[in-house]
Design a protein around this ligand. Structure first.
Ligand SMILES: [Zn+2]
Length: 215
């Protein structure tokens, strides 16, 4: 078992196409600003740090370290082909079908139709794996884009934001509102997203571990 690392749609495509990508992961727990560039980090309690100390201190608590292997959950659809002797497999959004032969005990209920969210994918169904090659200092999101296609805020630092596609859902030209302050957001009637610190991780594509063969 390895950890999963969800990626926005565009980053997933880039990882699969080019073999590497910069990923973002939320710092947990999120530090709280106390003014004058001092941040309160609730774990361990009562710890105050300058932004620089925070970066160094939090380095130790990043859930991913260089060398770690991660698997990437994707939108998926368990399916089967043929009649009589069925061939079970997983269908992905780019319509790649990964054959699982006769299936196995954990095979999901097939009566549920349609695409399933990435968050529901089990590790055995994954086809995309990566190795963390570098953990960069966390960044505090200073600018946000509002993605009207999926109704979410996307950090300006997120890979793919300055392109024509929404990095979250892949819709075209939806990131029209770029905001750097709460006043800007309020002026167009949107709530300003909370301050967010993000890890930046360099990922390199990795081969799937060999699947255990059934008897
Ligand atoms: Zn979107």
């Amino acid at each position: 078992m390895s950890d999963s690392l969800p990626l926005p749609a565009l980053s997933l495509t880039r990882l699969r196409d080019t073999g590497s990508v910069l990923a973002l992961a939320k710092v947990e727990p999120q530090p709280v600003h106390k003014g004058n560039d001092l941040w309160y980090w609730p774990n361990p309690p009562d710890t105050y740090n300058s932004a620089e100390h925070l970066r160094r201190g939090l380095m130790l608590s990043c859930p991913h370290a260089p060398g770690d292997r991660v698997w990437i959950p994707e939108v998926w659809r368990p399916t089967r082909q043929g009649c009589g002797a069925y061939n079970y497999g997983i269908l992905f959004r780019d319509l790649e079908f990964v054959n699982h032969g006769a299936g196995h005990d954990e095979w999901p209920d097939m009566r549920e139709r349609g695409w399933r969210p990435a968050a529901t994918m089990p590790e055995w169904a994954a086809r995309t794996f990566a190795t963390v090659t570098e953990v960069l200092r966390p960044v505090r999101v200073g600018a946000w884009c509002y993605a009207s296609c999926c109704g979410t805020w996307v950090p300006w630092e997120e890979p793919g934001v300055n392109e024509d596609w929404c990095p979250r859902c892949g819709a075209r030209s939806c990131l029209s509102e770029i905001m750097t302050s709460e006043a800007q957001a309020r002026a167009v009637g949107r709530p300003w997203p909370p301050t967010t610190w993000l890890w930046r991780l360099k990922l390199e594509a990795a081969e799937a571990a060999e699947r255990e063969e059934g008897p």
